[in-house]
Design a protein around this ligand. Structure first.
Ligand code: SAM
Length: 322
């Protein structure tokens, strides 16, 4: 097992199935271009082999499929079939929910019972301005159907001062009524926001402000969360839970156990590091050659992790998944 001086190791793998997305969210894609897959994306079989090797080489236990938008990828079904027999403790998905109703049978057939859906507003006009693709009604329909089918649902919202701060309470109440858990993700200095400090500061809404806003309407208490969890969790007694992923306010680098694989075969050990490590060329090699080479790259990827502070980076989130 590869462990660093802080006792950190990779347990959770996030795979970006494709860089293509049917949205172009303002904080993720500055040029508004949608549906652009990266060139040379790995096949479903190669991605499946990557997962198998990473389970063995790094001790990966849990997998989250993300993107881009995983539900637009033709590789989704074959990939789910390939990983079905790998013995992972948990497989989940992060999606914008636009195609959720249509793809629900595929997800249920593959045994996926947990999904995170990114939704920044319940206002159809604001939705159009932020997502710049898709429509709100389809997302809400997908959520209702997934919930009725017994899926455990978390909603991800990125609060932005000028775009959706008025939606913090409506989205929270929407989730509490349905038994979904809302997670606020503090805006991260990724991609163009790493270069646009003023733009970032203008839109950033931090943990303290969010908690004050929520506490005025819904008194809450702090709740337990797993040691390597990224979200601080809170309970509104008798109503439900919400969380905040406070990358900026309370960085969780010290306990981070995440490893990311891009759709083109690059490993990323840390969002705040510009380093990445190519494993695409190892996936056709026999196990006895691929595994030692992969382990050497994993040592480097683990060394990329920051000690304490999340500082963001030039990498665009849709390339490596959120
Ligand atoms: N398309 C899927 C979705 O919408 O959930 C998966 C990919 S998306 C990149 C994953 C998550 O990253 C979303 O919840 C999105 O809001 C978040 N995200 C993207 N850029 C971000 C940024 N600069 N700061 C914070 N969250 C960001």
């Amino acid at each position: 097992m590869i462990v660093d001086r802080q006792g950190r190791r990779f347990r959770n793998l996030r795979i970006s199935l494709t860089a293509a997305c049917n949205y172009a969210c303002t904080y993720c894609v500055p040029d508004g271009k949608r549906l652009v897959a990266a060139q040379d994306e790995l096949s479903a079989e190669a991605m499946g082999r990557a997962v198998a090797y990473l389970i063995e080489a790094a001790g990966i236990e849990r997998l989250r499929i993300t993107g881009g938008e995983p539900l637009v990828s033709p590789r989704l079904e074959p990939f789910l079939r390939v990983i079905a027999g790998l013995g992972l403790q948990d497989v989940s998905l992060t999606s914008n929910g636009q195609l959720l109703a249509r793809k629900l049978p595929v997800l249920l057939d593959a045994g996926i019972r947990r999904i995170n859906v990114s939704l920044d507003t319940l206002d159809a006009n604001a939705f159009g301005r932020i997502a710049r693709g898709g429509d709100l009604a389809s997302v809400l329909e997908g959520l209702e159907q997934a919930s009725a089918a017994g899926m455990r649902i978390k909603l991800n919202m990125v609060p932005l001062r000028d775009a959706n701060l008025d939606q913090v309470l409506p989205l929270l109440e929407y989730c509490l009524e349905r038994g979904f858990e809302l997670r606020f993700i503090e805006l991260m200095r990724m991609g163009h926001l790493a270069r646009d400090g003023a733009g970032f500061q203008r839109q950033f809404v931090g943990l303290a402000e969010l908690l004050e806003l929520i506490g005025e309407r819904h008194p809450f208490i702090q709740a337990e969360s797993a040691l390597d969890a990224t979200a601080m969790r809170y309970e509104i007694p008798g109503q439900g839970f919400f969380g905040v992923i406070a990358n900026e306010s309370v960085p969780f680098c010290r306990t981070c156990s995440r490893l990311r694989l891009s759709s083109t075969g690059w490993l990323h050990g840390c969002l705040s590091s510009g380093s990445r490590h190519y494993i695409g060329d190892l996936l056709d090699k026999p196990r006895h050659l691929a595994l030692p080479a992969m382990q050497r790259l994993l040592v480097k990827a683990l060394a990329d992790k920051q000690e304490l502070i999340f500082s963001g980076g030039a990498t665009v989130m849709k390339i490596i998944g959120g």
